[in-house]
Design a protein around this ligand. Structure first.
Ligand SMILES: Nc1ncnc2c1ncn2[C@@H]1O[C@H](COP(=O)(O)OP(=O)(O)OP(=O)(O)O)[C@@H](O)[C@H]1O
Ligand SMILES: [Mg+2]
Length: 363
C-alpha cells in the first residue's frame, strides 16, 4: 500500500514562499506528474516527499505512515522512507560495470547472493539492457545510462518511484521512445510513481493524473484529458498545450448563458453554464478547435484574412486575422484563398476571469 497523502505542505526560504499549503494524494499504483514552469516548486515538492528537504509546515504520510508532521515534529530520514529516487543527474558509478552498479546499490540495502543476482538480471531485462552487464557507463549512450540508472532504482523495489526530469538529457527522438518505454514499465511493475517535468507533452503522454503547479501552488489536478480539455485557469490553458488567449467582454443573461464581444466588435456565443459576471474576461480557444470553414450549421462564424501558413509535418498551421486580432489555427488543409469564413464551436470557448478580477477558476 503506497498511497501518499500530502496536507498543507509549505516551504519558506526566509520571506520567499516556494510552496504554499499544497495538498494532494497519490493513489497506490498511480503515475502522477507534477507539471509547471521553472521555479514553480516541483523539485521542492519531490524533495519533501523524499525526505531530502525539510518543509516549513504541513504533513506527509506514505502508506499510512507519517513521515513528516510539522506539528508533532516528525521527520523520517530519506533512507527510512523506502523510496526509489532518480534525479536529472542520474550518475552511475563510472568505475563499476553495469552489473556492479546495481549490485552495489543492492549491497547497500543488504540484498545479497542469489536474490541479488536474480534482481539484477530481472531489472536489466525490464529496461532492455540485459546484453550490457559487463559494460562500463563510459561505454554506453546517454539513454542507455539512464535506463541502467532506472534499473538500479527498480532493483531494490521501492514502494514509490520519485523521478525528477529523468529524461531531460535525451534528444527529442530518444526522449519519445524512453517515454513510451517508461510508461509501459510503470504499468507492468505497478510501482506508484511521482514524476516531475516542465514538458507538457511528456506529462500528457505518461500520467494517470497531472498536478499543474504555478508559483508554489496547485493550479489544477486532473487527468490529462481534464487538464487539456477543461483547464481550470487561463494559466493552465496557456501552459498545457497551445492556446489562443485574448481579452474580450463577457455579457451574461444571469441564467448561465452568455456571449463574448471581440475587440473587432463581433460577438461569439459561449456554452454555459457561465459562472462569471458580465465584464472583461480572458478567453482561451485551442488552435485545433477553430475550423477554417463555415457550413450553414456552424456556430460563431467570422470572416478572416490569411496572414501566414506553415507546414508542421502531419498538420498545417495557419495564422489568420479577424479584425485586429490574430488566431493560430491547426488543421489538415488550409484553404487556398486569402480570405474566408471560419467557425468556432461554442463548446470550445473557455472563459476565465482577468488577473485584475483576482479570480482563478473557469466557468
Ligand atoms: N535553498 C533555496 N533557497 C532559496 N530559494 C530556493 C532554494 N531552493 C529553491 N528555492 C526557490 O524555490 C522555488 C522553487 O524551486 P524548485 O526547485 O522547486 O523549482 P522547480 O519547479 O523544480 O523548477 P525547475 O523546473 O527549474 O527545476 C524557486 O523559485 C527557487 O529559486
Ligand atoms: Mg526542478
Amino acid at each position: 500500500m503506497a498511497d501518499v497523502v500530502v496536507t498543507d505542505l509549505s516551504r519558506h526560504y526566509g520571506s520567499f514562499i516556494a510552496l504554499d499549503e499544497v495538498s494532494f494524494d497519490v493513489k497506490d499504483g498511480e503515475f502522477l506528474t507534477l507539471l509547471g514552469p521553472s521555479g514553480c516548486g516541483k523539485s521542492t515538492t519531490l524533495a519533501s516527499l523524499a525526505g531530502l528537504d525539510r518543509p516549513t509546515s504541513g504533513k506527509i504520510s506514505i502508506g499510512g505512515r507519517t513521515v513528516f508532521d510539522s506539528e508533532s515534529g516528525i521527520f523520517i530520514d530519506a533512507q527510512y522512507r523506502d523510496l526509489g529516487l532518480m534525479f536529472q543527474s542520474y550518475a552511475l558509478w563510472p568505475h563499476m560495470t553495469v552489473y556492479k552498479n546495481i549490485d552495489f546499490a543492492l549491497e547497500l540495502r543488504k540484498i545479497r547472493g542469489a536474490e541479488a543476482k536474480q534482481r539484477i538480471h530481472e531489472t536489466l531485462e525490464m529496461v532492455d539492457m540485459g546484453a550490457f552487464v559487463s559494460r562500463y557507463p563510459g561505454e554506453l549512450s546517454g539513454g542507455q545510462q539512464q535506463r541502467v540508472a532506472l534499473a538500479r532504482t527498480l532493483a531494490y523495489r521501492p514502494q514509490i518511484l520519485l523521478l525528477d526530469e529523468p529524461l531531460s538529457n535525451l534528444d527529442a527522438k530518444l526522449r519519445e521512445r524512453a517515454r513510451l518505454w517508461l510508461s509501459d514499465l510503470q504499468r507492468r511493475t505497478g510501482v506508484t510513481t511521482v514524476y516531475v517535468t516542465h514538458d507538457q507533452s511528456e506529462a500528457l503522454a505518461l500520467s494517470d493524473r497531472i498536478i499543474v503547479m504555478e508559483r508554489g501552488a496547485i493550479a489544477q489536478i486532473g487527468s490529462p484529458e481534464e487538464v487539456y480539455e477543461r483547464p481550470a485557469t487561463a494559466f493552465v490553458a496557456d501552459f498545457v498545450g497551445a492556446s489562443n488567449l485574448f481579452e474580450a467582454i463577457l455579457e451574461t443573461d444571469g441564467l448561465g448563458s452568455g456571449k463574448i464581444t471581440l475587440s473587432s466588435g463581433q460577438k461569439l456565443t459561449v456554452e454555459g453554464p457561465i459562472n462569471l459576471p458580465s465584464g472583461p474576461v480572458i478567453v482561451s480557444v485551442r488552435p485545433e478547435k477553430i475550423e477554417l470553414s463555415a457550413a450553414p450549421d456552424k456556430q460563431n462564424v467570422l470572416a478572416y484574412e490569411l496572414e501566414a501558413r506553415s507546414y508542421l509535418g502531419a498538420r498545417n498551421l495557419a495564422v489568420v486575422k479577424v479584425g485586429s486580432q490574430s488566431f493560430r489555427v491547426e488543421c489538415d488543409t488550409i484553404p487556398g484563398t486569402p480570405n474566408g469564413l471560419l467557425s468556432i464551436p461554442e463548446t470550445e470557448i473557455r472563459v476565465f476571469p482577468t488577473a485584475e478580477a483576482g479570480g482563478r477558476r473557469s466557468h
